[in-house]
Design a protein around this ligand. Structure first.
Ligand code: CA
Ligand code: CA
Ligand code: CA
Length: 344
């Protein structure tokens, strides 16, 4: 170890003196500079400080810059698990209690957590995986950073250990914050959020009616007066409508392996499903579809209470990265299921 460090300092010394490489600083990420066959790699905000190759002399140095670490605490309710709460003000955690939540996130980053995270019960028990995006303050269509996170019953969005705040290696700046879930409509803050330079995380409370969100009627209003992400986008296309979402519920039921008669009234579809609107671990045609229908008919802009209303859309200026990834995944699933059905 000592040898490596010595080599480092000598090599850096040589590089700086002999090759006149100037010091410079790069925002979040890194870069390299080459002069006279010597390449230096700079990394900032990363723990890794070793990367040494002998031949063409390549040195990598890194250091932690506290300004590139931010801590946020988004808070949200999902309409599905809080419509009929077992405990007022807390989302139901049936998926966790039944052991259905996967330790690998259903979203594109394939984040994982330890199974013991799902042993926690009570207020901070995990409801499901959610998706988080930070978007550029001058261009809210530009996703700067996105990742999976876990959602607690009381609405806290936490890291994959199930308890910590979300800590991100990203420049201290203002960002639009987006939260999303695979069968709910995502929502974004109406303005960029200023991340405070404090030890305590910046709270972004989407359950609070006073937190203004992008677009119109981006969330549903619960009987408690709190706000919740709209449930029912079970086919993950960013739109809640009769044809798209009710068909998806039907597909999950009719093609369930033990539903040998392909019956739509089959009521033993238990597990972790995209079409489980209430996140209760069961998909039934009556339950899920009645809720989707009710949401469509009662959607504030659906003046004629039409079941065929087609403008119940996710209020984001451009598609969420979750949305695009989920859609690809669903298209693949549909294709596979159709092939399977054809082979029956
Ligand atoms: Ca909590
Ligand atoms: Ca949909
Ligand atoms: Ca259900």
């Amino acid at each position: 170890m000592k040898t490596i460090i010595t080599i480092f300092s000598i090599a850096i010394g040589l590089a700086v003196q002999a090759q006149s490489i100037e010091k410079f600083s790069i925002d979040s990420g890194g870069a390299s500079v080459t002069a006279g066959g010597i390449q230096m790699l700079y990394t900032i905000g990363e723990v890794n400080v070793q990367e040494l190759s002998a031949g063409g002399i390549s040195i990598s140095e890194g250091f932690i810059n506290a300004d590139l670490k931010i801590s946020i605490n988004p808070k949200l309710f999902l309409q599905g698990p809080i419509l009929n709460p077992t405990n007022a003000g807390l989302m139901n955690d049936d998926l966790r209690a039944s052991g259905y939540i996967p330790t690998t996130s259903p979203y594109s980053d394939d984040a994982t957590c330890n199974a013991s995270v799902f042993n926690v019960t009570g207020t901070n028990a995990i409801v499901d995986w959610v998706w988080l995006e930070l978007r550029d303050k001058t261009d809210n269509t530009l996703v700067i950073l996105s990742q999976s996170a876990l959602l607690q019953r009381d609405g806290d969005v936490v890291a994959t250990d199930g308890v910590s705040n979300i800590n991100l290696n990203i420049a201290l700046d203002d960002y639009y914050i987006v939260v999303n879930h695979k069968n709910h409509l995502g929502v974004m803050t109406n303005t960029p959020v200023t991340i405070a330079r404090t030890a305590t995380p910046t709270v972004v409370d989407f359950t609070d009616v006073n937190t203004t969100t992008y677009g119109t009627h981006a969330q549903s209003t619960l009987s408690s007066g709190d706000m919740a992400l709209w449930a029912g986008d079970v086919n993950g296309d960013g739109l809640i409508n009769f044809s798209g979402d009710i068909n998806r519920v039907l597909v999950d039921i009719v093609l369930f392996p033990s539903n040998n008669s392909f019956s739509s009234s089959y009521d033993f579809v238990d597990g972790y499903f995209q079409s489980d609107v209430f996140l209760d671990g069961n998909v039934s045609f009556a339950n899920e579809n009645n809720q989707i229908l009710l949401s469509i008919i009662l959607y504030p802009l659906n003046a004629s209470f039409s079941s065929q209303y087609n403008f119940f859309e996710e209020q984001l200026p451009s598609a969420s990265l979750l949305r695009t990834a989920t859609q690809l995944d669903l298209d693949m699933q549909r294709l596979e299921q159709t092939l399977e059905l054809l082979n029956h």
